[in-house]
Design a protein around this ligand. Structure first.
Ligand SMILES: Cc1cc2nc3c(=O)[nH]c(=O)nc-3n(C[C@H](O)[C@H](O)[C@H](O)COP(=O)(O)OP(=O)(O)OC[C@H]3O[C@@H](n4cnc5c(N)ncnc54)[C@H](O)[C@@H]3O)c2cc1C
Length: 286
């Protein structure tokens, strides 16, 4: 017998819920917190044979999660907006680093189905787009019935890569600041998905003003899991004029090379790509 809100059954006879509003989705999830949340379902498709599910909560029809709203200072993006649609809707106003990151989310057919929220919530995997959004200071909203909270995307995973989402919570929106960065770099080597294969993402982001460097950020994602960010060295560059001297460049390269993961998680080629990427990015500034 079907229960309230149910829209169908899987081939194994588990219930499938496909609510059309957020309040309906949150209500269903409160009643049945062990449902699997599906957005585009592309990640789940890899586990089609698993039989431990108690049913599916599909977000694809939830209106509120499919909106993109722009203001002067930020873009607010529903978590169930498909990646390709987000790219097309936002390519004129989203930070270029973000639109370039969206293009790295697999092939065009995959991007038509995969959602931005799904990309951010994949267990144990930091995709290039996730690292791009983190470095852009994106915040995400997590809601359950009766309350919601905003967290910095950079705080959304613990050290093991697991997402910090409580039972009954859904990611509903992202807020991406529309700050105009003057310099960016995004390089992706190998296959970032699934995690654990040899891959490397190198991201640089900076802004210059009349006096010199006003912002500088650099991040590496190794094999889709380990992240390196050299915050203290980044801060040291703020206020410096460009071009950076050889000594200044050496000091930030030293900070990267002395990170324990740089030595333990990268092979020779990865280390060369990371250091070369950082050096080229610093030289690009002026
Ligand atoms: C064949 C293949 C190739 C791929 N190649 C690449 C690639 O080259 N580069 C790349 O970056 N990625 C790649 N991917 C990964 C792809 O980016 C992800 O599968 C996709 O982004 C997940 O989005 P989705 O909407 O389909 O998520 P789903 O599969 O629906 O869900 C993914 C996870 O997120 C959770 N989730 C989804 N939405 C929410 C929400 N709103 N709130 C809470 N939890 C949620 C789900 O419960 C699940 O745990 C590939 C995937 C496949 C299958």
């Amino acid at each position: 017998m079907s229960s309230r809100g149910e829209r169908g059954r899987t081939h194994r006879d588990e219930p499938v819920y496909a609510p059309e509003s957020l309040s309906e989705a949150l209500q269903i999830f409160r009643r049945r917190p062990s449902l699997q949340v599906w957005a585009g379902g592309t990640w789940w498709s890899r586990f089609a044979d698993r039989d431990d599910t108690e049913g599916i909560l599909s977000l694809h029809a939830v209106r509120e999660l499919r909106r993109v709203v722009k203001s002067d200072i930020q873009a607010e993006v529903g978590a169930a907006v498909p990646v390709e649609r987000l790219y097309l809707a936002g390519r004129r106003f989203l930070p270029r680093l973000m639109t370039e990151g969206l293009h790295l989310v697999g092939s065009p057919p995959l991007r038509n189905i995969a959602t931005i929220g799904g990309a951010l919530c994949i267990p144990g995997t930091v995709l290039p787009i996730t690292a791009c959004l983190q470095i852009l200071d994106t915040r995400v909203e997590l809601r359950r019935q009766g309350n919601g909270r905003w967290v910095a995307l950079s705080q959304f995973r613990d050290a093991s890569g697991a997402v910090r989402i409580n039972q009954g919570e859904i990611m509903t929106r992202l807020r991406v600041p529309l700050y105009s960065w003057t310099h960016r770099m995004l390089r992706s080597y190998g296959m970032p998905f699934p995690a654990g294969q040899e891959s490397l993402t190198v991201i640089g982001l900076a802004s210059l003003d009349k006096t010199g460097i006003s912002e500088f950020r650099f991040v590496l994602v190794i094999d889709g899991t380990v992240q390196i960010r050299i915050r203290e060295a980044e801060m040291d560059l703020v206020g410096r004029s460009v071009p950076l001297t050889e000594r200044e460049q050496r000091s930030i390269l030293n900070a990267l090379e002395s990170n324990p993961y740089y030595g333990s998680e990268l092979n020779d080629l990865g280390r060369w790509r990371a250091a070369q990427g950082l050096r080229e990015f610093m030289q690009k500034l002026g």
